[in-house]
Ligand binder design. Structure first.
Ligand code: MF3
Ligand code: CO
Ligand code: CO
Length: 267
């Protein structure tokens, strides 16, 4: 089996720091939930998260200044047909809007990365169903994680469930190794590819799984801000993300929230 030398195996000390960073990122999602209501702007959500991460957590919001051009805000807010990397601004949420909030914090030099879907007020039937199936895709992907499993197992499980529900899988963005760097090797595809069957999971690897699932076709375009990815057909898109550690006998979800207790029973 070919090994990929640039996938880092984390030491026990690094794993402990990743647990802390993951827990902090999850706590930001718990904290922001009550603020997601009709009438709030995505800028207000960004400011609340920014202040919480800096002042309460004494951590760093990883998106701020990241990449080229530098991402201008501290969180990503992706509303309705926005697939990912939505930039907070003066957009006002209205009743029924679906929004993915993606949080990445740096604590003690290590990253925790997680996102979930929220609704402003009562969700639409279509939005709720897409969000639920996408969350199931994430969990089905996570369930593949164990030493010796192939990265292709994750993509296969996600793609199968999305397609069974007549949705499509975004291919241009993927999950990623994570640690002292925001985005490390390997890339975690959310669809099946032969290439991803070449690499086996090993204890101590840490990576994200973050499927983006579309109601219509998978195709996207990037807006002139060079960040915001939207569906070409302007139909809905949903995303859920966790940071996962490969353990001796399976996985540990470093960004698990209390509300997810018992998630394996709901698949
Ligand atoms: N958090 C995103 C991810 O899951 C990356 C956002 S990059 C940013 O990988 F610059 F937009 F923050
Ligand atoms: Co990520
Ligand atoms: Co993320």
């Amino acid at each position: 089996m070919a090994k990929t030398p640039d996938i880092t195996i984390k030491t026990p000390e690094e794993i402990e720091k990743m647990r802390v960073a993951g827990r902090l990122a999850a706590e930001v999602l718990d904290m922001i939930g009550p603020y997601v209501k009709p009438g709030v702007t995505t800028d207000e959500l960004d400011r609340i998260c920014h202040d919480y991460i800096i002042n309460e957590q004494q951590a760093i919001p990883a998106p701020l200044g990241y990449g080229q051009p530098p991402f201008p805000k501290s969180i990503c807010t992706s509303v309705n047909h926005v697939i990912c990397h939505g930039i907070p601004g003066d957009k006002v949420l209205k009743k029924g809007d679906a929004i993915n909030i993606d949080i990445t914090v740096i604590k003690d030099g290590y990253h925790g990365d997680t996102s979930k879907m929220f609704f402003a007020g009562e969700p639409s039937v279509a939005g709720k169903r897409l969000s639920m199936i996408t969350q199931q895709c994430l969990y089905l992907g996570i369930r593949q994680v164990r030493p010796g499993a192939k990265f292709g197992d994750i993509g296969r499980a996600i793609e199968r469930h999305a397609h069974a529900n007549h949705y499509s899988v975004v291919e241009e963005f993927c999950g990623h190794g994570i640690g002292s760097r925001f985005h490390e090797a390997p890339q975690i595809l959310h669809y099946y590819s032969k290439d991803s069957d070449k690499i086996s999971m090993e204890p101590g690897m840490i990576f994200t799984i973050e499927p983006m699932i579309n109601q219509g076709k998978r195709h996207l375009k990037i807006l002139p801000d060079q960040w915001t990815a939207v569906t070409k057909d302007h139909k809905l898109s949903a995303q859920w993300e966790h940071t996962i550690l490969v353990t001796q006998d399976g996985f540990e979800i470093l960004t698990l929230r209390a509300e997810e207790a018992g998630w394996q029973d709901h698949l």
